[in-house]
Design a protein around this ligand. Structure first.
Ligand code: AMP
Ligand code: GLY
Length: 431
C-alpha cells in the first residue's frame, strides 16, 4: 500500500519510521517532510495547510492511507476534505479535533461530563476577565490564562500576581499576541504536581492507551526559561503508577471518548491526555488530538504492533480487536535545538555525524528542523533533531541518549542536560 504522511517534524519522522517497518507498505510520501524523512519517504513540497493540493496529490497517486500528524490541518478539517474525496485518512474530523482546537470547548466538555480538571471560567470580554481577576483575592494566585485556540503550545500564561494576570489578559485579548486564539480566554485554577502525557488510540468507541511519557517543556535546565514545543521526553513515566492508571481508566479516558460520541463528535485518531498528578488525584491539563511531539519519539519506538494495523483498526471501529503491546524497556529523547530557541536563533548550519546512527539498533535520530541542500543536511529550525535511545531502564536509556547527542555536531547546537533527571528522584519520592 501507499501511505502519505502530512507534517514535517520529529513526530512525523517517528511516524514514518514506524510506517516503514510495516510489511504492507510499499511506498511512503510525506508533505512537506524534512531531510530525515526524505531517507525513508519521497517528500513533496506541499504545505500541511494546502488542503486542495494534498487531496489532489493523494488522488493522483492513489494513496491508500493519509496520516495527518499535525494539529493545524486536523483542526482545519483536512481529514474531512480527504474523506469527502473518497480517500482514507487517519486523524479526527474537524468536529472532533475541536477537542484540541478550543480550550473553552474542552473545559466545558469536562465540566458537563464530570471529568476531573482544574476549575475555570471562560471569557469573551477583556474587561469582564479583569473584573473577575480583581475579585479573586490573594489566595487566587498563581492563576493560569489560556488563549482559546492553537498557539504552538505557547498560549498559556501562568501569572503569579493580579498585575501579571491583568497584563496577560491584555496581551492575549487586546494585543492578540496569539492571534485570533485570543478572542476567548480560559482562566483556570493553578495546579501543582507531576505532569504525564498519555497518548491513546481511539476508534470512536474504544480507547487503548499507549505507554506513558513525560515532556520537558521549558527551554533551560531545571525547568527554567520559556515554554517551548518540548525539549525532550522519557517513557515510561515512573510516576504513572498502576493506581494512577486505574483512576484514569475509570474517570478520564473512556469518559472523554463517550462524551465526544454523546455530543455527536465521534473521535477517531489519537487523543493525547495531558495529565497533572495532583495531591487530589489525576486531572486533565489539556487534550491534544494527535501524537505528542516529542512524546511520539519515545513512545512509537517502543510499540510492538504494526502501526498500519492499529491505524486501520481506529478508522474501521475495530480497535477492540487489537492487542496493543509495548516493549518492556525505556526510551529517552533529547532534543537538539538551535541556541536561542524559542525566541531568536540562527539556522543554516551544516550538520555532521548523522551517519553515526546508521545500523545502531535502539538509537534514533529524528529530524525536526532540517533541510537537504547542495552542501548537505543543514539546520532549518528551532528544534533540529530528536536523539532517542532505548535502554533496559530509564537510567540506561538516558545515558545512551546523552552519549548519542555527542555523535552529531553543528554550530549553535543547544540541548538541556537534565532530560529524564526527574527519575533520579523517584526512589526518594515513591519509596
Ligand atoms: P497546555 O498547553 O494547556 O498543556 O499548557 C502548557 C503547560 O502549561 C502545561 O504543560 C503545564 O506545564 C502548564 N499548565 C497548563 N495549565 C496549568 C494549570 N491549570 N496549572 C498549572 N500548570 C498549568
Ligand atoms: N509535547 C507536547 C505536545 O505535543 O503538545
Amino acid at each position: 500500500m501507499k501511505v502519505l504522511i502530512v507534517g514535517g517534524g520529529g513526530r512525523e519522522h517517528a511516524i514514518a519510521v514506524s510506517v516503514s517497518k510495516s510489511p504492507r507498505v510499499k511506498k511512503i510520501y510525506c508533505a512537506p517532510g524534512n531531510a530525515g524523512i526524505g531517507q525513508l519517504a519521497e517528500c513533496v513540497p506541499i504545505g500541511a495547510m494546502e488542503f486542495e493540493k494534498i487531496v489532489a496529490f493523494a488522488k493522483e497517486k492513489a494513496i491508500d492511507l493519509t496520516i495527518v500528524g499535525m494539529d493545524d490541518p486536523l483542526v482545519g478539517g483536512l481529514v474531512d476534505e480527504l474523506n469527502n474525496a473518497g480517500l482514507r485518512a487517519f486523524g479526527p474530523r474537524k468536529n472532533a479535533a475541536i477537542l484540541e482546537g478550543s480550550k473553552a470547548f474542552s473545559k466545558d466538555l469536562m465540566k458537563k461530563y464530570h471529568i476531573p480538571t482544574a476549575s475555570y471560567e471562560n471569557f469573551d470580554d477583556a474587561n469582564e476577565a479583569i473584573t473577575y481577576l480583581e475579585g479573586l483575592g490573594e489566595e487566587g494566585f498563581p492563576i493560569v490564562l489560556k488563549a482559546d485556540g492553537l498557539a504552538l503550545g505557547k498560549g498559556v500564561l501562568i501569572c503569579n500576581t493580579l498585575e501579571e494576570a491583568k497584563e496577560g489578559v491584555r496581551t492575549i485579548m487586546l494585543d492578540k499576541q496569539f492571534g485570533s486564539a485570543g478572542n476567548r480566554l480560559v482562566i483556570e485554577e493553578f495546579m501543582t504536581g507531576r505532569e504525564v502525557s498519555v497518548l491513546s488510540f481511539v476508534d470512536g468507541k474504544t480507547v487503548k492507551t499507549m505507554t506513558s511519557a513525560q515532556d520537558h517543556k521549558r527551554a533551560m535546565d531545571g525547568d527554567q526559561g520559556l515554554n517551548t514545543g518540548g525539549m525532550g521526553t522519557f517513557s515510561p513515566s515512573p510516576f504513572y503508577t498502576k493506581e494512577v492508571d486505574d483512576f484514569c481508566r475509570k474517570y478520564i479516558y473512556q469518559a472523554t471518548v463517550d462524551a465526544m460520541a454523546a455530543e455527536g463528535r465521534e473521535f477517531k485518531g489519537v487523543i493525547f491526555f495531558g495529565l497533572m498528578l495532583t495531591d487530589k488525584g489525576p486531572k486533565v491539563l489539556e487534550y491534544n488530538a494527535r501524537f505528542g511531539d516529542p512524546e511520539a519519539q519515545v513512545v512509537l519506538p517502543r510499540m510492538k504492533n504494526d502501526i498500519i494495523e492499529v491505524l486501520n483498526a481506529c478508522i474501521d471501529g475495530k480497535l477492540d480487536e487489537v492487542d496493543l503491546q509495548f516493549e518492556d524497556n525505556a526510551a529517552v529523547c533529547v532534543v537538539l535545538a538551535s541556541d536561542g530557541y524559542p525566541v531568536k536563533y540562527e539556522k543554516g548550519y551544516v550538520i555532521r555525524g548523522l551517519e553515526n546512527f546508521d545500523g545502531k539498533d535502539g538509537y534514533y535520530c529524528f529530524h525536526a528542523g532540517t533541510k537537504l541542500t547542495k552542501d548537505g543536511i543543514m539546520t532549518d529550525g528551532g528544534r533540529v533533531l530528536g536523539i532517542t535511545a532505548k535502554g533496559k531502564d530509564l537510567k540506561e536509556a538516558r545515558a545512551n541518549a546523552y552519549k548519542a547527542t555527542e555523535w552529531v555536531i553543528y554550530d549553535n547546537k543547544y540541548m538541556r542536560h537534565d532530560i529524564g533527571k526527574a527519575i533520579d528522584d523517584v526512589s526518594s519520592e515513591m519509596g
